[in-house]
Design a protein around this ligand. Structure first.
Ligand SMILES: C[S@@+](CC[C@H](N)C(=O)[O-])C[C@H]1O[C@@H](n2cnc3c(N)ncnc32)[C@H](O)[C@@H]1O
Length: 246
């Protein structure tokens, strides 16, 4: 494992971001002000949320949106709230970190979209009703791989590393099944993650990854490439009718 992809290094970044004396109570992103609660992934200390917004076309004057949007791992809720502001009429935001769920609810109220943005606390899709479907399912993930036996000291660390890629595996398996006809399951990953393992987990669940877009982003002396994947059900996983997802 290189320093670049090291989970130890990512955990150092997590702890620094969590404990910084200058951690603000509010921050600016995409021309708006956002609340930031303790123990929640802090967009001011990582450029990846801004890159995520860019990959989704939610920066500047976003293209008008319609339909339903599920944000997995919502953090402060910047992406979910921005999707609602862009016109998505039913937004669901969920996170394993209860502070992130509270933070997203706060930002939904701050920006006047609480009537169409629902917050849910849970591990991946666990807190959603089994029949719930969405036009877009999106996760800006904790893409750095930690060993399978890694145990988390803080909820904040869950924003940075995924032990044994268990959360990624669960997301790859279930996200395409949570779509309306014609819907899209998306994953924001990066070259800090283990792309070979991600592809192999996708294959194990009958999923294929299609690269839709990418952004090269300098981080200090390093360069990270952010990758936007669509997760598709493969023909082998098309079910008894043989009708693969679009
Ligand atoms: C990189 S952060 C992104 C936060 C926010 N979406 C943003 O862009 O600023 C990843 C998020 O995924 C959440 N997460 C990690 N594992 C999860 C799981 N098993 N179920 C739901 N959310 C999870 C983390 O708590 C964290 O908020």
């Amino acid at each position: 494992m290189s320093e670049f992809t090291s989970h130890v290094r990512s955990l150092e970044r997590s702890r620094a971001a969590r404990n910084r004396q200058d951690r603000p109570a509010t921050f600016e992103l995409g021309g708006r002000t956002w609340d930031l609660l303790d123990d929640v992934f802090a967009p001011p200390f990582s450029r990846s949320t801004a890159v995520s917004m860019d990959l989704l076309g939610l920066t500047g004057t976003p293209a008008p949106r319609t339909g339903s949007f599920l944000e997995m791992g919502c953090g402060t809720g910047v992406i979910a709230v921005s999707a609602a502001l862009a016109g998505c009429d039913r937004v669901t935001a969920t996170d394993i970190n209860p502070q992130a769920v509270a933070n997203t609810a706060l930002n939904a109220r701050r920006h006047g979209v609480a009537d169409r943005l629902r917050t849910v606390h849970g591990d991946l899709f666990a807190a959603l009703a089994p029949e719930e479907r969405f036009d877009t399912v999106y996760w800006h993930s904790n893409f750095v791989l930690a060993p399978a036996d890694f145990t988390y000291d803080t909820l904040h660390d869950r924003a940075y590393v995924d032990a044994g890629y268990r959360a990624h595996e669960g997301y790859l398996a279930e996200a395409p099944d949570r779509l309306t006809p014609g819907g899209r399951a998306l994953l924001h990953f990066s070259t800090r993650g283990d792309l070979g393992l991600l592809r192999s987990l996708a294959g194990r669940h009958g999923r294929a990854l299609r690269l839709l877009d990418s952004r090269v982003d300098p981080e200090g002396t390093e360069t990270v490439e952010h990758l936007l994947f669509e997760i598709r059900a493969t023909a082998a996983d098309a079910g008894p009718t043989g009708a693969a997802s679009p």
